[in-house]
Each structure stands twice: as structure tokens, then as C-alpha cells.
Design a protein around this ligand. Structure first.
Ligand SMILES: [Mn+2]
Length: 337
């Protein structure tokens, strides 16, 4: 299904009323959070804290590890592990398209007295009781900023930084098609707080250990171009096994960059990276130039995402997993760009 309703005034009011009702609040990003998910939660968390609300920010990963590139975002003092957030009555989720993306905190969220979903995925499944969902928004962070405004909190640099981090990454540094004039107006508003956008960009994009570059080189060296795949539109793919990554002492998030480079290949409409996590499961990431809706492929294989960027987690032999992707891509309709 595809979510089409934009948030109504009644939804915004219900969210603001619940978040400021005096109950303890839990703000959740999705598992393996990115800057849009965690940045949105931290920004709203800082706004609620300024109003005196008892608020914590978490996500359902165990062990609870903050991705390295997100450790410099303001609001880290609000972060609490899943075992530390039990009993919080009001829950809001950020950038979570389906409830299984809450990981070990799923049952906790489902038991909340008020359950608010803030998201922009077309694949949002409709969970929760209050829906602040706009599938035309380039980032959940824009909805988070709207929520900060509705809470009546003045935007300052501390709140602007995590919102900017989400906006920057989900728009591909303002390159992707969903970027509009109003996206840049939001960015201008954030920069007007005096926040240091250059430092955020460096932390997120230009701050990797040397070993990550060598891993990137190895992943690119073994990449495969299949020009006849995807109905002749072309597929480029590579694999990053756990053992190779751990031999360089690198966490899984150090692999994120591989697909950003792989997708440059102009002979391939779709890029795919199979990266093995510490447990041995495979995280399959896909990027499309637009003619293929990779979120439909990911949804069919148990994941989600957007037309241009999507993924899922699976177990098994990576060659078999790749074949499943190849088969789904071969059957996918070719869309006009
Ligand atoms: Mn997002």
C-alpha cells in the first residue's frame, strides 16, 4: 500500500497535546538509525526538553550503538538504551516506515497510551494512532521542524543542527529530485540560526579512517557490472563480507559510502551492495537513477525505502540473495524519469 494522506491540523494538535500533556515521552528512530531518523528525534527531544518535558530518545538496537557519524549531533544526553526507557507512556517514531523497524522496542511502542508516527516514506504502513506523515517531504527532518514550530519552541542552532543533518543526507546534499525551493528555504532558515553546516558536512561525509578507504577500494575492485540485467538498464553490485570489514576494525556504518560511489556508474540504472553485519546477516542496499522503483523491490523482499534508495535485511548465501534481487529487478516496470 502507499500512504497518501498529508497531516491534518487535527493530527498536529493531537501530537502537540500528547507530547506536552505531562506524561513521559519516548522518541524513537528506526533500527540502525540514519541522520534523518535520529536527527529528527534529537531535534524534537531538545525542543521538548526546553519545555520541561521528561523526554528520552532511543532506537531498538541491541547492543545499543550510536553510529559514529551521528555522535556529534546535539542532544546526545537524551539518548537512552532500550532497557532504560521502559514505562514511558507517550511514544513518537521518526522516519520509521513499518513497525518492525522499531526492533526490540516494538512491543513497548505498541503499548503506548499515545503513539505518534512522523515519517515521509511512501511505504509507511499506517501504524500508530496519530499520523504526521507527508510522502512528498524530502526528509522526516522537515516534519520534525514543523513539529518544533507547532510546539512553540524557538529554533536555535542546537535544534537546527540535527534537522540539517537529516535534510542534508536524505536529499543527497540537495541533489535528489524531491529537493524543492521550499527545501532550500528550510535550509536557509536552519543556517540563519548560525549553525556550522560546514562542520556537519565534514563529520558526515569527510571523516573516515584510512581503513575505510581501503575497504572501499577493495569493494569497488570486486564490483560487477551486468549491462543486460534490470531488463537491459544495467546493474552494478558488490559485496562487503564481515570478516574483511572486521579485519580492518570497521563498524558496519563505515560501509555506507560504498553504494554512494558504486551508483555513479553510468552503465547501470541500479546499484546494489550486500554488506554483512556483525551477526552475519546481509544488509542489502539499492539505489536507482529513477527508472526503477527500488522501494517496491525492497518491500517485496521484506524491507522498504524510497523509489531511489531502499533496502532490506536477509540471511543466506549472498549469491542466492543477489539472484533474488536480479529476478525482482528484471520484472520491475520501467518508469519515466
Ligand atoms: Mn528519511
Amino acid at each position: 500500500m502507499s500512504w497518501t494522506l498529508a497531516p491534518r491540523d487535527a493530527d498536529w494538535s493531537a501530537a502537540v497535546d500528547a507530547l506536552t500533556s505531562g506524561g513521559s515521552v519516548l522518541l524513537l528512530a528506526h533500527v540502525s538509525p540514519d541522520a534523518d531518523a535520529l536527527g529528527s528525534a534529537l531535534a524534537v527531544g531538545l525542543a521538548l526538553e526546553s519545555l520541561g518535558v521528561d523526554v528520552a530518545v532511543s532506537f531498538g538496537d541491541e547492543p545499543f550503538v550510536i553510529p559514529r557519524i551521528l555522535r556529534s549531533l546535539p542532544g546526545q544526553h537524551l539518548l537512552a538504551s532500550p532497557s532504560e526507557v521502559k514505562g514511558r507512556a507517550i511514544v513518537a517514531t521518526f522516519d520509521v516506515s513499518s513497525i518492525d523497524r522499531l526492533g526490540v522496542l516494538r512491543a513497548h511502542a505498541e503499548a503506548a497510551s499515545t503513539f505518534i508516527a512522523v515519517d515521509h516514506h511512501a511505504s509507511y504502513t499506517g501504524f500508530g494512532g496519530v499520523h504526521l506523515v507527508d510522502v512528498t517531504s524530502p526528509a522526516t527532518a522537515i516534519l520534525a521542524l514543523a513539529l518544533v514550530d507547532r510546539l512553540g519552541v524557538t529554533l536555535d542552532a542546537e535544534i537546527a543542527i540535527p534537522i540539517y543533518a537529516g535534510l542534508l543526507t536524505d536529499t543527497g546534499s540537495f541533489k535528489y529530485v524531491a529537493t524543492s525551493s521550499s527545501t532550500h528555504e528550510v535550509a536557509a532558515r536552519l543556517l540563519a540560526t548560525g549553525m556550522r553546516h560546514d562542520l556537519i558536512a565534514r563529520h558526515i561525509y569527510d571523516d573516515e579512517p584510512f581503513g575505510a578507504l581501503q575497504m572501499l577500494g577493495a569493494a569497488l575492485q570486486r564490483s560487477v557490472l551486468e549491462t543486460s540485467s534490470v531488463g537491459g538498464l544495467g546493474l552494478v553490485w558488490t559485496v562487503v563480507p564481515r570478516d574483511e570489514r572486521l579485519a580492518s576494525g570497521l563498524p558496519l556504518d563505515a560501509v555506507e559510502r560504498v553504494i554512494d560511489v558504486l551508483r555513479i556508474a553510468n552503465e547501470a540504472e541500479v546499484a546494489c551492495v550486500l554488506k554483512q553485519d556483525d551477526r552475519g546477516d546481509w544488509r542489502i542496499s539499492m539505489r536507482s537513477k529513477g527508472q526503477i522503483d527500488v522501494s517496491s523491490i525492497a518491500l517485496g523482499l521484506g524491507g522498504g525505502g524510497h523509489r531511489y534508495a531502499a533496502g532490506y535485511t536477509a540471511q543466506g548465501d549472498p549469491i542466492d540473495l543477489l539472484e533474488a534481487v536480479r529476478t525482482a529487478l528484471a520484472a520491475a516496470p520501467h518508469l519515466p524519469v
